[in-house]
Design a protein around this ligand. Structure first.
Ligand code: ATP
Ligand code: MG
Length: 174
């Protein structure tokens, strides 16, 4: 199964992201992320055998141990990829606690022998895919701050019309 680990976002941050998406609709065409699919990816594992689910879940528990809720605030817009078909995202800043949570989760996965995407962690929320950035200026994004208080192991299913993410194991940051 296709797995990734992500933090769910607080209501006030979600509202601001939806506001950013609304402001983008005037100028940028593409595939918008559904509001209930907005999340902060901490590690993308990709294909993992179902037999190893318990191991991933316990690695996630170990990675989160000792971490409390993390304060974050929304930042600037950014993009990956090609100008006419980009991933458009909004950045998230969270200070050293966010970086250290991501590093510990990734470290625990690594110690347990799981491979994951090794690009350096850059905290961002994907707002849309296949975004055509060639026309018009980007709007000012919505801004908000809030606390991340859970980290979740998700199963991703890309077989349908839209990606669907199913939570398999939720860890509370306490
Ligand atoms: P689609 O691939 O159909 O556009 P998606 O990217 O939302 O949908 P997945 O590819 O399963 O769904 O990705 C799940 C999460 O992991 C998303 O947040 C995605 O941005 C992130 N992700 C996917 N691939 C990578 C990767 N190679 N490196 C880092 N993060 C990734
Ligand atoms: Mg993808």
């Amino acid at each position: 199964m296709r797995l990734f680990i992500a933090a769910e976002l607080p209501e006030e941050v979600l509202d601001a992201l939806v506001e950013t998406q609304a402001a983008l609709r005037d100028t940028v065409r593409g595939r918008y992320t559904a509001p209930d699919s907005l999340h902060l990816t901490l590690a993308f594992l990709g294909e993992v055998s179902a037999a190893r689910l318990d191991e991933v879940a316990s690695a996630l528990e170990r990675g989160c141990a000792g971490h409390g809720p993390v304060e974050v605030r929304l930042g600037a817009l950014g993009s990956f990829g090609r100008r006419r078909s980009a991933v458009l995202w909004q950045g998230l800043t969270g200070g050293p606690e966010l970086a250290s949570l991501a590093a510990d989760v990734r470290g625990a996965l690594e110690d347990a022998g799981f491979a994951f995407d090794e690009k350096p962690f850059l905290a961002h929320i994907t707002l849309m895919r296949a975004a055509d950035l060639s026309r018009g200026e980007l709007p000012m994004p919505g801004m908000a701050r809030g606390m991340l208080d859970t980290v979740t192991l998700f199963k991703s299913d890309l077989s349908g019309a839209r990606p669907s993410y199913e939570p398999l194991h939720v860890v509370s940051l306490a």
